[in-house]
Design a binder for this molecule. Sequence first.
Ligand code: UT7
Length: 320
Amino acid sequence: MTIRIMGTGSYLPENIVTNDDLAKIMDTSDEWIASRTGIRKRHLVKEETTAQMSAKAAKQALKEAGLKAEELDLIIVGTLSGDYVTPSTACEVQAMIGADKAVAFDVNAACSGFMFAMNTAYAFIQSGIYQNALVIGAEILSRLMDWNDRSTCVLFGDGAGAAVVTADEKGLLGFVQGSDGTKGMVLACKNRLNNNPLIKNSVEPDHVFMDGQEVYKFAVSTVPASIQAVLEEAGLEVSDIKYFLLHQANIRIIQSVAKRLKADINRFPTTLEHCGNISAASVPILLDEVNKKGMLQRGDKLVMAGFGAGLTWSAAVIEW
Ligand code: UT7
């Protein structure tokens, strides 16, 4: 028994911020951002919450899957930017969509969050514990940025993507994932400061710090290696795969992976031009866009891959 994706959904905030908009408030330019990353604009929340965006994406995915919220056994949200430390975003979503029978919790694996959440759902379904799961990646990264640090704040965006997965004979054909906590500080965001008056308070800032070049080097070596490993596990070749749906961090990383795999870049659809990097939400939003554009037929084989803070990485092969 494995899992099959039965429906997808996504939500992007209404407020769009272009590179030129950013150039008005900091020392940057459309030319620098677009040429270094491929990003031209991003959606940044004004009103929406992580849970509201997740619920909107979830409703679309349930509709396509033909499943009622009450039929869900499990909701897992991959996020590092939930609205509350507790309750989890997944519990908020459960209440918002009325999935009263579902067990709900979050997974924090940064940009691999949706993939780790999907593998967790797979483990529950494969073992026969649950049948129907809602897997979401959702982030409001704009509230974790240092808006004085042009090297990070121009890269990220906000949004949510969702997939409904159910027990099936076919679907997920292979999965690899990994973590390396020893390199955690190359991409980090400290939690809120300790306000206990009895101790000396830390003054470390609580916003995202990234050593971009270290993350870049990690990505261009680990992503192709994990894709090769998952293809081997599934007994497939690069040529068997219709599309490679990669975490959307930087077009140069995607081009490098395509080159290493000797695969045509046209088989790597992107959203980063209009979304930027939305961490855990990148892969499910991309999957939903590809699905909604009618680019997928039943039987197509796809690779999905996430990588990011932790460090964490993951790759899956699915049959659509
Ligand atoms: O989702 C998590 C995964 N994250 C990633 O995969 C990110 C991986 N890393 C990257 O994508 C790239 O390293 C970046 C896009 C973050 C940076 O690109 P880079 O080619 O490594 O640039 P750099 O950091 O070496 O900076 C080059 C120059 C510097 O100026 P100097 O020191 O050469 O004078 C920066 O100060 O570009 C400057 N710079 C900027 N200039 C204009 C940095 N940010 C900006 C900016 N606008 N926004």
